[in-house]
Structure formats: structure tokens, C-alpha cells
Write a protein that binds this ligand. Sequence first.
Ligand code: AMP
Length: 180
Amino acid sequence: MLDPDYIRKRIRSVPDWPQPGIVFRDITPLLQDPRTLRVLVDLFVHRYMSYELDLVAGIDARGFILGSIVAYELNLGFVPIRKKGKLPFATLAQDYELEYGSATVEVHTDACRPGDRVLLIDDLIATGGTMLAGMKLIGKLGARVVEGAAIVDLPELGGSARLRAAGLPLHCLVEFDARG
Ligand code: AMP
């Protein structure tokens, strides 16, 4: 039986990065250890193998790492949702608010088909703005995000509540305080 804290204990907390007051929850130790990487991927694969999905979409950049492995293991294709200006073909864009300022994510116009059932993956939910933008992009293509998944939720920042209120079921493996 897996220790419920197995994943949590292996996430590194880096205080005051990238700016004072932020505790960065670093998932790279999970990726670095072959046993931990396998447990991490299997936790998602076990959940989603019965979901009848068409695609996995991952959010730039850590969502690409986890999302593409999960897609491969589920025998599905992978769609990158990228930061503005990185995708070479025709794109759709979605703006979203950051703590200071705003940002834009993009997806290729042929990334999914109307009616596709999509799993949307990122490493962490803070304010929820990034995942909400990804969900809107998939929606603009006529597809549907059936669930959002992340390794970490920072519930204090209200992102997961905001996403659920917007109609997105969410699955996160662990929770942390936003600061501390
Ligand atoms: P948000 O849009 O506010 O939910 O922010 C989520 C995005 O920002 C994810 O792609 C995370 O990788 C990154 N992020 C925000 N806060 C943190 C944090 N404390 N530790 C690690 N990544 C973070």
C-alpha cells in the first residue's frame, strides 16, 4: 500500500522564488527518480484509463512533461497549449490574468475535433487562470475538457474552487499552503 504522503514528501518547496513571498512547489524531484516518476504517472493512468478520452492536452511547460507521458500510456494523442508566439501553424488565443499583468496561451486550430473528450493537465493550480484559459481554448475548438488534472493544488488561492464553479471537474494529487 502506497504511503499517502509518498508524492507530497517528494515535492521540493523553494521559498521566495521567483519572487519574495512565493513558495515555489518544485516537481522536478518527482521526475528525476525513476520509481517516483512511475508512481506519479500510474496514479493518473489508473484514474483515466476508464474515461473514454480522445486526447490529452498539456499546459506549457511542466504540463507537457506529465501530459505527454500520460497520453502515451493511455494510447492517446497529446496537444500542447503553448505560451503566445511559439506555435507555427494557425492558432486560437486566449488571454488570462496573472497576479501582475496578463498572459496569453495558444493552441493550433486543428489540435482537436468538435466533440473530442479532452483531459487537461498542468503541474499546479494556483489562481486557476492558466487552466481556465486552456479549458476555454479547447472549448473554442468545439471539444470538451472532461477533467482538469494537476499534481498540486494551492486551495488557499481559490483556483480549484473557481475552476469547479466554472463547471470543470478537477483531480489533484496533493495540496499545499500557498505560503509556508
Ligand atoms: P495559476 O494560473 O495562477 O493557477 O498558476 C498556475 C501556473 O503557474 C502553473 O502552470 C504553475 O506551473 C505555475 N505556478 C503558479 N504558482 C506556483 C507555485 N507556487 N509553485 C510552482 N508553480 C507555480
